[in-house]
Write a new protein. Structure first.
Length: 472
């Protein structure tokens, strides 16, 4: 029997895709839905509309697709505005519907991970201020308690909040998302409320479900200094301690420390994580630049090599460096000493030219981290199907799906990356054959010992078996 080299992930590793309610369900009357109605807020003034019609029932066929790709887990989110359309009024139909979705995942052999907040809010929340309102943490806790009471028999794997720093930055500093606030201290207040909300949710979940596995999803950016000048390193540190680490350290220490602001003590948040999610997409170059006073003279840009590489990504998307996933995992583990899940990783790529290589290099990087004994336990690809990409709407340049969606007909077509992901999940890793089939240019980089594989196959009579180079 020929055994080719394989980068094997540990037994029990979770493989899945990630989605968010508003991006796939359609018809959510939440703060994003209101925001989308204003001209200029979304690409070509599009609205989420029916999205991928999950609420109408298409989640069933899409869960079949995920199961067919050998996914053994799936990350979805529940929409607060559906479950609690008015303060304290629970929508029984929506609760039952989500419960049915979780059961549908389980019936297909997929462990559900449920995100409780993924960028959207009920219309009534905080009136027009959203998370600036100091009542929100308690209200979020009440909502979470309801969800766990109703769905706890189908799920015990909870992700409280998706990317709090992205939320605070885009919604309250840049103001490009609802409620469109542009104020640094407002963002800090939102962050403190999110830390409090996470803590309340964590304690509520544990009270109802002591065995629950509770974490949150952190957005990680790989940062490099612009040039070698020492003050650019300082800029990198400042951005890193805000974007990458402020939230997780607040949950480790019970103190929220944001550069340039007074620390906020939130003792009830200390130690409220069972695991941590990493969502790594991009790398940026960071440096001091006197032309940018509004961002405290710190400027962030696509790295020069990424520009020179000629790899086409949408405007404002940073550089792609999939092998830096290892660094993210290592860094987060050293700070937090917790089990890690990659809760999102993906690339905007409508033609599927970049995605296969990107996915392969990312999985290799995750495998490398597992081989350093960093406790990385699962990987969720962003995303299963093309969907509503927030301010970018349905702009095809922002198609992240393993499946392409035609939003006129709702037809789904697998991209080659779906076949690749199926093979990765089935193998619980990455074999030389998989790499050779989907990204042959990476074969010798990934598996130097397999160098002769392709040539041997091409040479007449040269079909010698590849060496066994399994690494466990
Ligand atoms: C978010 C997703 C988003 C994805 C791609 C992540 O930051 O959690 O909602 O679609 O990035 O931009």
């Amino acid at each position: 029997m020929t055994v080719t080299a394989i980068h094997q992930l540990p037994r029990g590793f979770l493989w899945g895709c990630a989605t968010a309610a508003h991006q796939v369900e359609g018809g959510n009357a939440n703060d994003w839905w209101r925001w989308e109605k204003t001209i200029g807020h979304v690409f070509q003034n599009q609205q989420s509309g029916d999205a991928c019609e999950w609420w109408r029932g298409r989640y069933i066929e899409d869960f079949d697709r995920a199961a067919d790709m050998h996914n053994n887990a799936q990350r979805i989110s529940v929409e607060w505005s559906r479950i609690e359309p008015e303060p304290g009024r629970w929508d029984v139909y929506s609760l039952a519907r989500y419960k049915a979705m979780l059961k549908a995942l389980r019936d297909r052999g997929m462990e559900p991970m449920v995100t409780l907040h993924h960028f959207t809010n009920p219309l009534w929340l905080g009136n027009d201020d959203g998370w600036l309102d100091d009542r929100v943490p308690e209200q979020f806790g009440r909502f979470v308690r309801k969800v766990v009471e109703v769905m706890g028999d189908q799920c015990s794997f909870w992700c409280t909040i998706n990317e709090p720093l992205v939320y605070a930055t885009l919604h309250y500093i840049f103001g490009t998302r609802p409620p469109g606030v542009k104020n640094r201290s407002a963002a800090n207040r939102v962050l403190a409320n999110m830390v409090r909300a996470h803590a309340i949710a964590y304690h509520a979940i544990k009270e109802l479900q002591p065995h629950a596995h509770v974490g949150f999803a952190n957005h990680n950016v790989n940062l490099k200094p612009t040039g070698g000048l020492p003050f650019n390193q300082i800029a990198v540190k400042a951005v890193d301690s805000f974007l990458n680490t402020a939230f997780m350290l607040a949950l480790r220490d019970g103190v929220l420390r944001v550069p340039g602001a007074r620390s906020v003590s939130i003792p009830q948040a200390k130690g409220t994580l069972d695991w941590i999610g990493i969502q790594y997409y991009q790398e940026y170059e960071v440096g001091f630049d006197l032309r940018h006073p509004t961002s405290l003279f710190i400027h962030q840009q696509k790295p020069a090599e990424a520009v020179a590489s000629g790899v086409v990504t949408p405007p404002n998307w940073g550089g792609l460096n999939p092998s830096a996933m290892f660094r993210q995992i290592e860094k987060v583990y050293k700070l937090m000493k917790l089990p890690i899940y990659v809760t999102e990783s993906g690339v905007p790529d409508p033609t599927d030219t970049i995605r296969r290589g990107y996915l392969i290099e990312t999985v290799r990087s995750v495998w490398k981290a597992a081989n350093f004994n960093y406790p990385v336990k699962g990987f969720f690809h962003w995303t299963l199907i093309d969907n509503f990409e927030w301010s970018e709407g349905y702009d095809p340049r922002f198609n992240f799906g393993l499946y392409k969606v035609d939003f006129q007909t709702q037809e789904r077509t697998p991209r080659q990356s779906a076949d690749l992901y199926r093979e990765i999940c089935r193998a619980n890793g990455l074999s030389a054959e998989i790499v050779e089939k989907y990204a042959p240019h990476l074969l010798t980089k990934m598996f130097p010992g397999e160098q002769g594989l392709s040539e041997a196959k091409l040479k007449p009579g040269g079909n010698k078996p590849a060496l066994e180079t399994n690494i466990h």
